[in-house]
Design a protein around this ligand. Structure first.
Ligand SMILES: Cc1cc2nc3c(=O)[nH]c(=O)nc-3n(C[C@H](O)[C@H](O)[C@H](O)COP(=O)(O)OP(=O)(O)OC[C@H]3O[C@@H](n4cnc5c(N)ncnc54)[C@H](O)[C@@H]3O)c2cc1C
Length: 337
């Protein structure tokens, strides 16, 4: 394979990159997918998935492995190594992965799809890992439904934490919002909604120092950041909402990102302009005259999934973005012929 120029290389082996690979393989573009190590992405951390269309109920790892097998069955080649560096040349990219087999260590490709996802930030407690999927979650949209008439705590103080707390009021009978400081960082409108909501109580100046229970979460220990006093609070679930970090460090200098490290595509650029955010208005997209929702600011580089999407962050939306990107790439390659 050495010396051969690929039409497309996908970086990222979560649902987004693998869904794109199904389409790219069926379009006879023989995609090579660097799935990263460990492969599979965020769904490997979840057990029950009940909101992926077509499956009433499926385990997260099983869902990713089915998408992978489907991509491989059409001829996508998926390898479980991390890409370390990308160099831009005229009309092509060199993709370096020193941990790959010799023939895949330095690959040349005409286009790249970045689908490296994101990681939810955690508090860093041992008990948090132990109860992951047993009452500890980082996604209210995913897991809120499991907490009908239960008591839950949301940890954080930004817009995401407020959104998660408000969303959980649909299911839970009581929602505690646990925040380290004495004021929320969220926008004024979000704060008002949270503070007015009859089911939500904000626990100010409080830090979660432990999560306890037997087989599932039964409560949390909170330390006051003003008095240092520790108190237990019985809860059935804990939602950690302290942020996400996109896995995009190696693409710095290759494509434009926002201040959070999310890769800017034509789609998110359009959204930011609609929101009245003009920080991005100086960017230019040079993909040709077409509108490609997944195009980045660098010609030939496309991006999809949670490394772009700071809004929806779902397996189904990541898959949808991957599919859209694969069609963009196919059209881009055609227009370049
Ligand atoms: C605990 C938890 C539970 C969730 N539950 C649900 C749910 O029930 N329903 C739902 O719809 N969504 C759920 N989500 C969200 C969902 O998992 C994500 O939205 C989705 O996985 C995003 O897909 P992605 O392909 O964009 O990225 P990811 O799944 O993050 O995959 C990214 C992939 O890229 C790889 N990668 C990173 N850097 C490199 C590199 N340099 N080289 C090569 N590869 C690289 C990673 O190893 C990984 O394999 C959950 C998330 C979490 C954390």
């Amino acid at each position: 394979m050495e010396g051969m120029k690929h039409a497309v290389v996908v970086i990222g082996g979560g649902p987004s990159g693998l869904a794109a690979a199904i389409y790219l393989a069926r379009a006879n573009l023989s995609p090579l997918v660097f799935a990263g190590f460990p492969p599979g992405g965020q769904l490997m951390l979840t057990s029950e998935v009940e909101n992926y269309p077509g499956y009433r109920h499926i385990q997260g790892p099983e869902l990713v492995s089915q998408i992978r097998r489907q991509a491989e069955s059409f001829g996508a080649r998926v390898i479980d190594v991390n890409v370390k560096r990308i160099q831009k040349q005229v009309g092509e990219f060199i993709i370096d992965s020193p941990e790959a087999e010799p023939e895949d260590r330095s690959i040349t490709s005409q286009t790249i799809l970045i689908a490296t996802g994101a990681k939810a930030l955690w508090l860093g407690l041992d008990s948090e890992k132990r109860f992951s999927g047993k009452g500890v979650s980082a996604c209210a949209t995913c897991d809120g439904y499991f907490f009908q008439q239960k008591i839950v705590a949301v940890v954080g103080g930004g817009d995401t934490a407020c959104e998660e707390a408000l969303y959980l009021t649909k299911f839970a009978k009581k929602v505690f919002l646990v925040h380290r400081r004495e004021r929320l960082r969220a926008s004024k409108i979000m704060q008002d909604r949270v503070l007015r909501h009859p089911k939500i109580t904000v626990l100010w100046n409080s830090q979660v120092v432990d999560i306890f229970g037997n087989s599932r979460v039964e409560g949390i220990s909170l330390r006051s950041t003003t008095t240092n006093e520790v108190k237990d609070l019985p809860v059935d679930g804990v939602f950690i909402a302290i942020g996400h970090r996109p896995d995009t460090e190696i693409f710095r200098g290759l494509v434009e990102m926002d201040e959070g490290g999310y890769i800017i595509t034509q789609d998110t650029y359009a959204r930011s302009v609609l929101r009245g955010d003009d920080r991005q208005s100086k960017l230019s997209f040079v993909q040709s005259s077409h509108y490609y929702s997944s195009a980045t600011t660098t010609k030939g580089v496309f991006a999809a999934g949670d490394c772009v999407d700071y809004t929806y962050r779902q397996a189904a939306t990541a898959v949808g973005m991957g599919v859209a990107a694969s069609i963009d790439i196919e059209r881009f390659l055609q227009s370049e012929e």
